[in-house]
Design a protein around this ligand. Structure first.
Ligand SMILES: *Cc1c(COP(=O)(O)O)cnc(C)c1O
Length: 456
């Protein structure tokens, strides 16, 4: 029997990335409150949130300090824009705070309301940069298959999700895609290092194919998140960096998931030794408490903009929103005060990676575990020895995800990969609990697929 909230929801709420008909028949799960790394649903079930919401609630739920600064800022100055030559304390201070943690010369900050908006900003900025260099023909953007860069028309076109490309087109022109660095799935007989180089060299091939003089920028997530936590081989990013320099192409890191500590450094670019010209950030920037995103711009592009005597005709009503900026500023303060990033790098990240492998690596369903810091992807296989996937009528990811949901654990499924990305404040005991629950749910998944007649 649907609860009153489920009924309202089914009648009036269209959900993102959802099959509306089937959700409305089943009823959405209603989340009522949260604290630390736990959520509670309408039935009173306590659930450990292995995804930090959508990769964003890095400081955990129930942080009163963040609520307090939002309340204070709303009373003092709830809104003012940053168009037309005005600014305010929260936007100026947050820009400085972000610049204090970004690597290299990424010291100029443009604000947006979401990761998708940040990506759209970067797409326009990359092309505009070349236009004001007198090379408007340099407008091709290169990204990867199975990349996720958001859901606006810009993000959809730049991303490499085939399911998204099918809908709402035609897509934005002059975008090209190369293969992803997914060694376990696509590496064949190559060693991880060899495959990483080969996957990166696909960029050089693409540049030569479309003409080096036509390419504006390469965009990539340091680790592909929504694509299934695809952790690149160590040889991948240095080769990408080398190729971008060789052809004088802007390198843009989409740090929306990796930024703010997820991989054990402030940014995934630092984990992989990337020196991007620009980067996007969102999710962890405010720990998910309010919507805010940012683009960090290095000297090359920032100086060109400053030297060009014309407006950059781009911006959002909520660029640098004072309440959101105040919460993000407090988030960064807390992360520094509590040494959150160092803890992910030196303590809880390695502990999570070790415990997850101890719990799951020998499980009959588990083909391979990828991960670093507090993010991991687990490939489910029908036969791990021969790397045989499940037949398409067995929706293994959904079966496993439903067992998790029903047993007090949130894991996300991307195809046949199960993902974890818990709050960065998770304790050792909570990591143990999360991994034990995952093992239990994988056992239940195994039982379910055997009932479907699959022999494992
Ligand atoms: C989530 C995400 C986005 C889009 O962010 P939204 O805030 O959902 O618009 C873009 N890039 C990456 C890598 C993401 O994970």
């Amino acid at each position: 029997m649907a609860s009153p909230l489920q009924q309202l929801d089914a009648k009036h709420h269209l959900h993102p990335f959802t099959n509306t008909g089937s959700l409305n028949n089943k009823g959405a799960r209603v989340i009522t409150k949260a604290d630390g790394v736990y959520l509670w649903d309408e039935q009173g079930n306590k659930i450990i949130d292995g995804m930090a919401g959508l990769w964003c609630v890095n400081l955990g739920y129930g942080r009163k300090e963040l609520a307090d600064v939002a309340y204070q800022q709303m009373n003092e100055l709830p809104y003012y824009n940053t168009f037309f030559q005005t600014t305010h304390g929260p936007a100026a201070k947050l820009a400085e705070a972000i610049a204090s943690v970004t690597p290299g010369d990424l010291n100029r900050i443009f604000f947006a309301g979401s990761g998708s908006e940040a990506i759209d900003t970067l797409m326009r900025l990359a092309r505009h940069y070349w236009a004001i260099q007198g090379k408007p023909y340099r407008n091709i953007l290169i990204a990867r298959e199975n990349a996720y860069h958001g859901s606006t028309l810009g993000g959809t076109s730049l991303g490499g999700m085939s399911g998204m490309h099918k809908q709402g087109g035609p897509l934005i022109p002059n975008i090209a895609h190369i293969r992803q660095p997914y060694w376990y799935g696509e590496g064949g007989d190559l060693s991880e290092e060899e495959f990483g180089l080969q996957a990166a060299q696909a960029l050089e091939e693409k540049i030569l194919e479309v003409g080096p003089d036509n390419v504006a920028a390469f965009f990539g997530e340091p680790i592909q998140g929504a694509g299934g936590v695809i952790v690149p081989p160590s040889t991948y990013w240095p080769e990408i960096q080398r190729i971008c320099r060789k052809y004088d192409i802007l390198l843009v890191a989409d740090e929306v998931i990796c930024g703010f500590g997820r991989t054990g450094n402030w940014f995934g670019s630092q984990t992989y030794g990337i020196e991007p010209d620009m980067m996007s950030m969102a999710k962890g920037l405010s720990s998910g408490y309010v919507p805010i995103a940012a683009v960090a711009v290095g000297d090359r592009v920032a100086n060109a903009l400053a030297a060009h005597d014309e407006d950059f005709n781009h911006g959002y009503t909520y660029s640098g929103h004072p309440v959101a900026a105040a919460v993000a500023l407090k988030t960064i303060d807390i992360m520094k005060d509590e040494g959150i990033v160092e803890r992910v790098g030196n303590d809880i990240g390695p502990y999570f990676q070790k415990t997850l492998r101890e719990s799951l690596a020998d499980h009959p369903l588990v083909g391979h575990i990828d991960g670093i810091g507090l993010v991991a992807g687990v490939a489910l296989m029908m036969d791990k020895a021969s790397k045989t996937p499940f037949p398409s009528h067995v929706d293994i990811g959904t079966i496993c995800r439903d067992h998790c949901f029903n047993n007090g654990l949130i894991m996300r499924a991307t195809g046949t990969r199960m993902l974890l990305s818990p709050p960065l404040v998770i304790s050792h005991e909570e990591v143990n609990e999360m991994c034990e629950k995952a093992r239990h749910c994988f056992d239940l998944t195994l039982e379910s697929v055997r009932k479907l007649g699959v022999e494992i």
